[in-house]
Design a protein. Structure first.
Length: 66
């Protein structure tokens, strides 16, 4: 694996370099945009069956006619 030996010191170094390049304010915006993108991707991948299952659980049960 490529990132198998990535430890805490390496992550701190990457974070410091990112802050130097983008600035602290921009890092927060990038993180928020990344989160929105991941959320949108997950919603787009959801199948119709998942959506139908969610709709069924939200609807009230129908009364049985006797």
């Amino acid at each position: 694996m490529l990132f198998r030996n990535l430890g805490v010191p390496e992550l701190i170094l990457i974070l410091v370099i990112a802050i130097l390049i983008f600035g602290p304010g921009r890092i927060g915006k990038i993180g928020a945009e990344l989160g929105r993108g991941i959320r949108g991707f997950k919603e787009g991948v959801a199948t119709d069956e998942d959506k139908k299952a969610d709709e069924v659980t939200l609807e009230e049960p129908e009364a049985k006619s006797e």
